[in-house]
Design a binder for this molecule. Structure first.
Ligand SMILES: [Zn+2]
Length: 275
């Protein structure tokens, strides 16, 4: 069973809802994305893995060479939007406009086809399901924005790839890996949940998922591999999501990548629509 590795290609300051890190400051903040992404590319290469990179359009505009390097290394390119907007914070027309701007920025650096999307901060949830229709309208075939956990998504969301019907067509939804731990649903495939878990624990969750007939989906960001990340004051939940246990994460991720089979989103068998 081939599992999936996804990367949200963004800089450390692409955080939603923090005024000190709002869009007008981005060009002045010290970028860290080149070194951290290059480390990740080497780690994927060492493990023989091709992944899917959800690239922020703004990053494609400001670091065109980096995006070309990612693509030339054989990875797939999807969209992470252009200005890192949460779907439920914007109107449908703003969402669609941002999506189109991101696709144009990706095409401008030579990406020929963009058919997969991940919303910033897992922001497609019950408040913003209309966004799936906007994606199919724009020709997207896969979305990976719905997290089956509380706070950002819902534990009621399916945990495996599935097809969703929208007014403008069908789209395959590819949720990230979760596991039941300590009486709650834990994001074992991304963020603090992935960083706090031992490689053995993560691999066991991947095996459990595979035994049930489904691939496990991991999600990482380049800034999680920064050994000395710039520190900014963030609200408590965001602080935890961004800074909790970065220490040693490079080694832990490498151990996981070595021990299971991984590929990009296109290696997914297309799931059948749920009747
Ligand atoms: Zn993001």
């Amino acid at each position: 069973m081939t599992n999936i590795v996804t990367v949200d290609l963004e800089d450390w300051f692409h955080v939603c809802g923090v005024s000190a890190l709002s869009r007008e400051h981005w060009s002045r903040l010290p970028s860290r994305i080149d070194d951290t992404t290059r480390w990740l590319l080497d780690a994927l290469d060492a493990a023989g893995i091709r992944a899917t990179f959800f690239v922020l359009g703004w990053v494609a505009e400001h670091h065109p060479q980096l995006v070309t390097t990612v693509r030339d290394a054989g990875h797939e390119i999807g969209s992470h939007g252009h200005h890192h907007l949460r779907a439920y914070d914007v109107r449908p027309d703003e969402f669609a406009a941002d999506l189109r701007t991101s696709v144009s920025a990706l095409k401008a650096v030579g990406v020929t086809r963009v058919t997969s999307f991940r919303a910033p901060e897992w922001s497609i949830n019950e408040r913003s399901l209309w966004a799936l229709g906007a994606l199919t309208q724009e020709g997207f075939e896969m979305d990976a924005s719905m997290a089956p956990v509380r706070l950002v998504g819902s534990p009621a969301f399916p945990r495996h790839p599935h097809v969703r019907q929208t007014p403008s067509g069908m789209i395959t939804e590819v949720p990230p890996l979760v596991a039941d731990r300590f009486g709650q649903v834990m994001p074992v495939g991304w963020g603090w949940g992935l960083r706090m878990s031992s490689p053995r624990r993560v691999l066991r969750s991947i095996e459990d998922m595979n035994r049930s007939g489904h691939p496990a989906v991991l999600a990482v960001h380049p800034w999680e591999f920064d050994i000395d990340p710039p520190r900014v004051r963030l609200p408590a939940a965001l602080h935890f999501a961004h800074y909790f246990r970065l220490d040693g994460f490079r080694n832990r991720l490498q151990s996981i990548l070595k021990e299971a089979m991984f590929g990009p989103l296109s290696s997914l068998a297309v799931p059948q629509p749920v009747a």
